[in-house]
Design a protein around this ligand. Structure first.
Ligand code: AMP
Ligand code: MG
Length: 485
């Protein structure tokens, strides 16, 4: 039962049991004229919040009023940004606390865009409406796709004007995550804390995210394996859905294994391993094809920060830590291969599956075929006559080999196609759709297109008629996304 009076808040602040260097107590900035924009009733229910009392609560979601039990903080962390190590921290975010849900789970409730903190450096601590709505939409779409992710509970406009390339409406996003502990939090502890500080963070993180290894005698090494396995599964998932995170800096890698820090992320249309959307990623460091490898680089940085906990003499710990990172490399490949089999309805594994899959991807790249729609068409057995890929003789040959395989395997063809439906979404938040609905919302105050797209993305494997209109091949365009907006 939710407590009407306190709106169902059941907040704890266990992060503050950590040494002081990990956070600063800070209140969100007050805003003059908050306005409620959007609210996630389903998520609120999971969190045990009382929507009838919260639905119009702009004051809380804009940062003017603290929810019951909140003792807000900004978290300290560091990170490698495009390869360079630097001090960071929540420069425009404030953690209300950790909500304990009716079924015993713990989630951070954080405001993003709620004003300056001691970690803001030169930034204004603010966020603007378009990008916060974008994060809301994409994170909820990721959740619908079954990819671990932070969620979005609400967006409130602050009524203030925030200066970016032009004056823009300010907004605050309420973000929900298993935690916001990052690889960069460990790097921060290693760089500026004592060994005890680092150990406190590791023990806290293990207790919170991997309690099953608390009693393990090599628990910091096991912790590294656990986090690396979660990253491998996550990044394989991104690859399988064509998601490009865009800023895989170590401060944006959550040790819970959730996707966090939506910035210049976007879904790939035409399959091309070199795809980059972010305007600041000139070298393509975080391109689609580089994501699994960057995951290994990030895990190596995580491993380095833990060495001293594994062995007083860090050198001695290196070989085992290396092995853990190498395991990641194998795991990301294994998760990906398993996922690709499912996308193609393959249940009986064989050694040449990888070649079959790779041949299809090479053809898709050659013909600039749409990534998601190629799999969608294979799933629906609708190979359009005007597709250059489907009309090519190389593809026809591939298709025959694939069909031969499906016919010979232990599962029926019907079951194979059923499996494909569960793994190939009929809809993804395509760039042009996202831009359209954001323009309607931000420029015209018309939220209907946004809500309709959000609703269609809720169950992307449903293959409803409504979803069909969002699935047409998009126009080829140069799409750019921007960071820190
Ligand atoms: P991100 O690109 O979101 O991962 O952010 C990188 C760092 O920049 C984090 O420390 C953020 O808190 C900080 N940051 C981003 N935007 C702002 C802003 N408008 N004001 C202050 N800090 C910011
Ligand atoms: Mg970040």
């Amino acid at each position: 039962m939710t407590d009407k009076q306190n709106q169902g808040w059941n907040l704890e602040n266990t992060y503050q049991q950590l040494p002081d260097l990990f956070y600063t107590n800070v209140e969100p900035a007050k805003t003059d004229d908050p306005e409620f924009i959007i609210y996630n009733e389903n998520l609120a229910a999971e969190l045990g919040l009382d929507s009838s009392a919260l639905k119009d609560e702009a004051e809380i979601f804009a940062g003017n009023k603290l929810p019951d039990g909140s003792d807000p903080i900004a978290q300290a962390y560091a990170g490698h940004q495009f390869g360079s190590f630097t001090m960071l921290g929540d420069g425009r975010a404030v953690l209300f606390g950790e909500q304990l849900t009716p079924n015993g789970k713990r989630y951070d409730i954080q405001l993003k865009g709620s004003g300056r903190t001691p970690y803001s450096r030169g930034g204004d601590g603010r966020a603007v409406l378009g990008p916060m709505l974008r994060e809301y939409l994409i994170s909820e779409a990721m959740h619908g796709l079954g990819i671990p992710t932070s969620r979005s509970l609400a967006v409130a406009a602050t009524g203030e004007t925030v200066l970016r390339e032009a004056p823009m409406p300010g907004a605050v996003l309420t973000r929900v995550a298993k935690s916001h502990i990052r690889v960069g939090t460990f790097q921060y502890a290693r760089q500026w804390g004592s060994k005890e500080d680092l150990q406190a963070l590791a023990d806290y993180s293990i207790k919170r995210h991997y309690p099953e290894i608390e009693a393990d005698k090599d628990r910091y090494l096991t912790f590294l394996y656990k986090v690396a396995d979660k990253q491998a599964a996550l990044i394989a998932d991104w690859q399988l859905k064509g998601f490009i995170h865009g800023v895989m800096n170590t401060d944006n890698v959550a040790i819970s294994g959730e996707t966090i820090d939506y910035g210049p992320c976007a879904f790939m249309d035409q399959y091309d391993r070199k795809t980059v959307f972010s305007s600041i990623d000139q070298q393509g460091r975080y391109s689609y094809g580089n994501q699994p490898g960057i995951g290994a680089w990030n895990m190596a940085r995580f491993a380095e920060s833990l060495l001293i906990l594994m062995n007083e003499d860090e050198e001695q710990a290196i070989p085992k830590a290396k092995e853990a990172v190498e395991t990641y490399v194998q795991s990301v490949e294994d998760y990906w291969l398993e996922g690709m089999r499912q996308k193609l309805g393959i249940v009986d594994k064989s050694d040449n599956d990888k070649t079959l899959i790779q041949n299809l991807l090479d053809l898709m790249e050659k013909y600039r075929a749409d990534f998601n729609n190629t799999f969608r068409s294979l799933t629906l057995q609708q190979l359009d006559a005007d597709s250059a890929l489907f009309q090519s003789s190389a593809f026809k040959e591939w298709h025959q080999a694939w069909q031969d395989k499906l016919e010979k395997q232990s599962a029926s063809l019907e079951d194979a196609y059923q499996l494909m439906k569960q793994h190939n979404p009929s809809i993804i938040p395509r760039n042009y759709l996202v831009e359209e609905v954001l323009a309607a919302a931000v420029e015209k105050g018309d939220y209907e297109p946004f809500r309709a797209l959000l609703a269609a993305l809720k169950d992307p494997y449903a293959y409803t008629e409504e979803q069909e209109k969002y699935a047409v091949n998009p126009p080829e365009q140069d799409y750019q996304t921007f960071c820190g907006t």
